[in-house]
Design a protein around this ligand. Structure first.
Ligand code: CUO
Length: 674
């Protein structure tokens, strides 16, 4: 039976916030020490109810407490799926909390954290419970470990109620400038980028009970969210004079890019294994799974053949067409693969996940050195490694091949009669800034990582980590639209497209459309006559603000009511606002700013009734809406997801009055702010 042992220092606390090794039986003998340590200044005590039945956790025994947990590993995913089911089946909130407390320290901590977070995100009675950012729970997966040393020192010399100086995470610590790929480290190793990716996979798990897995247009969103990451990464490469990502088409070729992560595993305190330059991939044969490269190649060929034929076959041999609407959704679930949603897992296999696994074990494929997987083995860390973008570049090409075989968009699909966009502008602030010149710069910010760092009692729960990230100056879009008909509702779709590649060669529309970056999407009411539509960059449907990615702190941090509210509404899925804009160049880099007003009457989605609006669901372009249908009936990425009737963007925009574009300059200012 569980006793009411755990206490909290403020009401916002959840099981996430409590340090490891707090509940287990062995601490019972030590209860005085524990009580002394954790009951200081207690404001709230949360009684734990006795569990009606103590769960059998044998199913999780194969994943030891000190082993790395991977969502790409079928065995681990199956264990997580059972654990999620256990949490979802808890009959009420008290039983759920007791179950979480009972299981927390009996399971692999990363497995626990993931499954508990999935349950919190999906139980109706926990919809208001905040899921803290993964970087706060497992900070070692995000920051350079020598910074922890500083934090420990700080903790040992400063009084518990004294002000602790934030620890500083060095810039550019993974490689020197001999390595060209290092120019993109600020993007790949960004805390917001990695926590977004973790959160996305938390909201869209590949395995688990149907209520958790089977979500509206899930496969399509897997394609689209990762496609947009690739578009952004390629454009970011141009900004840094690097050529586009070379998709990893050939698993038998040496991987040129090495990667030395220098971050610590959260379960065993070892550094993540590195991959040397020019590493050859090999078949994986390890205790918790084997993969042959030839399996992956066979699945790849079958998927590509299905795309060429225009249909997939389910387990009974029934042909399912890969049509314009559903094709991409079917392919997304089949390529990833989500076992219960793939039309035929036996035949089309587990292409994307096993690619992650083979790459992540390149350094020790048969476990002879007892090394765990590298960063590619885990959604929390995968985006740090340059190979992530080569593997996902290949996966994206598979999807793009399907899209390229679909008919060219017709005039009917693209036009909006009576709507004429006459002016496009993006301008910083309200002052006299030059229109269509946007600004990026380096900024230093401090986030609170206290939840995952246990260096002794801290009065205000603050251990700040200070780090550098790209930032942009907020801007406002202004569009003038003439409506020659009756009042209409439009969807306003804003993209930026790179104009030239890394050698300053102009890009064709067919290349531009694959690198078009979605900036925002929203509905606008168009009255008869002239309309001015304004939109702030901070309202973007792809991004979430900094405060949602991190619990921001100052040196003298005292949480305000507004902070607590922001924390309470916390939900971390969404591209970080500070990377909404590509870096550009110091001398300025030219882009096309594109806008399209399309007819909302063709695009509106009737949502199920009785689903409350979720205050967090603001990055719906990438993350959808909680418990609802994806809010745009067009395929994701419209109109750039399919081939277009013109050769270049100027002709395309010229042919449709409901579209417009302008040249946009993005200037990067190399001075550090903050
Ligand atoms: Cu998100 Cu490969 O799917 O990392």
């Amino acid at each position: 039976p569980l006793e009411p042992v755990f206490t909290t220092r403020d009401q916002g606390k959840t099981v996430f916030d409590l340090p490891e090794s707090f509940y287990t039986d062995r601490y019972r003998n030590n209860s005085e020490e524990v009580a002394n340590r954790f009951s200081q200044n207690v404001q709230t005590r949360i009684p734990l109810r006795e569990l009606t039945s103590v769960p059998n956790l044998d199913f999780a025994a194969k994943l030891g407490r000190k082993h790395q947990f991977s969502l790409f590993n079928s065995l681990h995913r199956e264990i997580a799926s059972q654990l999620v089911k256990l949490y979802l089946d808890a009959p009420n909130l008290q039983q759920f909390v007791s179950l979480a407390a009972y299981t927390k320290d009996r399971l692999n901590p990363v497995l626990f954290q993931y499954s508990y977070a999935v349950a919190v995100a999906h139980r109706p009675d926990t919809r208001e419970v905040p899921i803290p950012n993964i970087s706060q729970v497992f900070p070692s997966n995000f920051i350079e470990p020598s910074a922890f040393q500083d934090a420990r020192q700080e903790a040992s010399v400063v009084e518990k109620n004294g002000n602790r100086a934030p620890i500083t995470i060095p810039d550019n610590y993974t490689a020197s400038d001999r390595e060209d790929e290092q120019r993109l480290a600020y993007f790949r190793e960004d805390i917001g980028v990695n926590s977004h990716h973790w959160h996305w996979h938390l909201v869209y798990p590949a395995s688990g009970p149907a209520t958790v897995v089977n979500k509206d247009r899930r496969g399509e969103l897997f394609y689209y969210m990762h496609h947009q990451i690739l578009a952004r990464y390629n454009v970011e490469r141009f900004c840094n004079n690097l050529k586009r990502v070379l998709p990893l088409n050939n698993l038998r070729e040496e991987i040129i890019e090495g990667y030395f992560p220098k971050i610590l595993s959260s379960v065993n305190n070892r550094t993540y294994p590195a991959r040397i330059s020019n590493q050859l991939l090999r078949d994986v044969d390890r205790p918790d799974g084997s993969i042959e490269i030839s399996d992956v190649e066979r699945w790849r060929d079958r998927v590509l053949a299905a795309i060429d034929q225009g249909f997939v076959e389910d387990t009974k041999g029934t042909r399912i067409p890969l049509d314009e609407k559903r094709g991409i959704d079917i392919l997304g679930n089949l390529v990833e693969a989500a076992p219960s949603l793939s039309v035929n897992m036996q035949y089309y296999g587990n292409l994307h996940n096993q690619g992650h696994n083979i790459i992540s074990f390149a350094h020790d494929p048969d476990a002879r050195h007892l090394e765990d997987f590298g960063v590619m083995g885990d959604v929390t860390t995968a985006m740090r490694d340059p190979i992530f973008y080569r593997w996902h570049g290949f996966i994206d090409n598979v999807f793009n091949k399907h899209k390229a075989l679909l008919p060219v968009y017709t005039n009917d699909e693209l036009s909006f009669n009576g709507i004429n966009v006459t002016y496009v502008e993006a301008k910083i602030g309200a002052g006299p800034a030059r229109p269509n010149t946007l600004l990026t710069y380096w900024q230093r910010s401090t986030a609170n990582l206290a939840a995952g760092l246990d260096f002794g009692p801290v009065e205000d729960d603050t251990i700040g980590a200070n780090f550098r990230h790209l930032q942009n100056a907020p801007w406002t879009y202004t569009f003038n639209v003439t409506n020659s008909g009756a009042r209409r509702t439009a969807t306003c779709r804003i993209f930026i497209c790179p104009k030239t590649d890394e050698r300053n060669q102009p890009l064709r529309l067919e290349e531009q459309r694959l690198m078009a970056i979605e900036m925002d999407k929203f509905t606008a009411e168009l009255m008869p006559g002239e309309n001015t539509v304004r939109r702030e960059s901070t309202q973007s449907s792809v991004a979430i603000p900094f405060e949602r990615s991190f619990r921001a702190v100052g040196v003298n941090y005292q949480p305000t009511a507004a902070d607590e509210l922001a924390r309470f509404r916390f939900c971390g899925c969404g591209w970080p606002q500070h990377l909404l804009l590509p870096k550009g160049k110091p001398e300025g880099m030219l882009f096309d700013l594109f806008v399209m007003f399309s007819d909302y009457a063709n695009e509106a989605v009737a949502q199920p009734t009785n689903t409350p609006n979720d205050a967090c669901s603001t990055a719906y372009s990438f993350c959808g809406l909680k418990d609802k249908l994806y809010p745009d009936a067009r395929t994701m990425g419209f109109p750039f997801d399919r081939r277009l009737p013109n050769d270049n963007l100027t002709d395309f925009v010229g042919a449709f009055s409901n579209m417009a574009k302008t040249d946009l300059t993005i200037r990067f200012n190399d001075k550090l702010v903050g």
